[in-house]
Design a binder for this molecule. Structure first.
Ligand SMILES: Cc1ncc(COP(=O)(O)O)c(C=O)c1O
Length: 407
């Protein structure tokens, strides 16, 4: 008789032993992946319904993206911005055109791009709007999630993200998300920008009331305030459009992008805006050693091409209908509410049945990976390459987990 030795427990224990405990991962140790599927170190396969919090919109190891990365690895990987490299213009042009903006500024992580947007908005406020020095203010929403830097957590309303990380950066006013009157009332002569997620992902995939963003746009234009859309999680095809704010027929002054921009291969983020906004930055005022590096740009060029085809946006819209119909059918059977757009859903589970964490653990046991947020909400965001059959399978697994919990 042979005994099979599973590698997962020791890999988990070692990770736990040598890393800060700033995450509470599901007990799955992934070894390889393709498309919407991942395989763990013990050969078990899972459907990935988190997709790297939307960083994997094009699936794991999309062939065009992997080919671009391989080709670039064999030529040039880093120059810093002290020199220009031959992938830089193509990426910046492609992304600027995709966004319909004059200019882009590439960075690496989402938080860095948000920081960039904040700095640009403040500088624009002083130099263009004429706000008195040191008085610039940015209006943000309750339950926002824009990243983890000290400035960004300063305006977080999540105690876990914020507490004990002070002293906090001033210059932000927090208003309830989706409340146009509150937002309009918060704008004053020192307001330089309104920074919002078109759909609040970390908060539980919260979609604002119809017309909210049109109203925000109007208020910003009227009061000479920049509208900054943080599309880091909601953008690049996730909701069935290139940008989630398009559902509201609204064009922001600045897009903040990240996650899927790096094709799930390298960290790539950027802000995009017209030259009257992004043009306020002069040499030496902002930068990043790795921002806009050749490898990032080579992958980014292909990401932009994938999005230009519109195929991923269409797929997300079509399969999104299927996902939402499937999930809505579970309301009353352990599900209290379903929100979202395209292939992105926040599902509130009846807390009497189980916590979101327990649901995710049981989903993983049945071969589907997802992540909980705020107690009893689960976020589902499969790669946009997921097949109909795999989507149906995941919904069936979800139904089974609810049934088993109710039994
Ligand atoms: C809307 C939004 N903004 C910013 C960020 C921060 O991105 P990063 O983790 O790459 O710094 C995230 C990450 O989840 C996000 O969802």
């Amino acid at each position: 008789m042979t005994t099979v030795e599973f590698r997962t427990p020791s890999a988990l224990a070692e990770a736990e032993r040598y890393t800060a405990h700033n995450y509470h991962p599901l007990p799955v140790v992934v070894a390889d992946a393709e498309g919407a599927w991942v395989t763990d170190v013990d050969g078990r396969r899972y459907l990935d319904f988190l997709a790297g919090y939307s960083a994997l919109n094009f699936g794991h190891r999309h062939p065009a993206l992997v080919a671009a990365a391989h080709a670039q690895l064999d030529r040039l990987t880093l120059t810093s911005r002290a020199f220009v490299h031959d992938q830089f213009a193509a990426f910046c042009r492609g992304l600027a055109q995709l966004c319909g903006k004059d200019l882009v500024l590439p960075m690496n992580t989402g938080a860095e791009a948000v920081e960039t947007a904040i700095k640009v908005a403040r500088k624009w406020g002083y130099q263009v709007k004429g706000v008195p020095d040191g008085r610039a203010n940015i209006v943000v929403a309750e339950n926002n999630f824009h990243g983890r830097t000290t400035t960004i957590v300063s305006f977080s309303t999540d105690p876990d993200a914020r507490n004990d990380f002070g002293p906090y950066t001033p210059g932000f006013t927090v208003v309830p998300y989706g409340d146009l009157d509150a937002l309009t009332a918060a704008i004053d002569e020192h307001t330089v920008a309104v920074l919002l997620e078109p759909i609040q992902g970390e908060a539980g995939v919260l979609v604002p009331p119809a017309g909210y963003f049109a109203g925000v746009r109007e208020a910003c234009t009227e009061r000479n305030v920049l509208l900054i859309a943080d599309e880091i999680q909601s953008g690049l095809g996730r909701t069935g459009r290139t940008f989630a704010i398009e559902h509201e027929d609204v064009v922001p002054d600045m897009y903040v992008l990240g996650k899927a921009l790096g094709g799930g291969i390298v960290p790539v983020s950027a802000v995009a805006a017209d030259s009257d906004v992004l043009g306020v930055l002069k040499p030496g005022e902002h930068g990043s050693t790795f921002g806009g590096n050749p490898l990032a740009c080579a992958v980014g060029v292909e990401v932009v091409k994938l999005l230009e085809s519109g195929d991923f946006q269409r797929r997300s819209a079509e399969l999104g209908e299927r996902l939402h119909a499937g999930l809505r059918a579970l309301i009353g059977h352990g599900v209290l509410a379903v929100r979202g757009r395209g292939l992105w859903a926040g599902v509130d589970i009846d807390p009497a049945l189980m916590t979101g964490r327990q649901a995710c653990e049981r989903l993983a046991e049945h071969g589907v990976l997802a992540k909980d947020t705020h107690g009893s909400t689960i976020r589902l965001a499969p790669p946009l390459v997921v097949s109909e059959a795999d989507l149906d399978h995941a919904i069936a697994v979800f139904a089974k987990v609810l049934e088993e919990a109710a039994a």
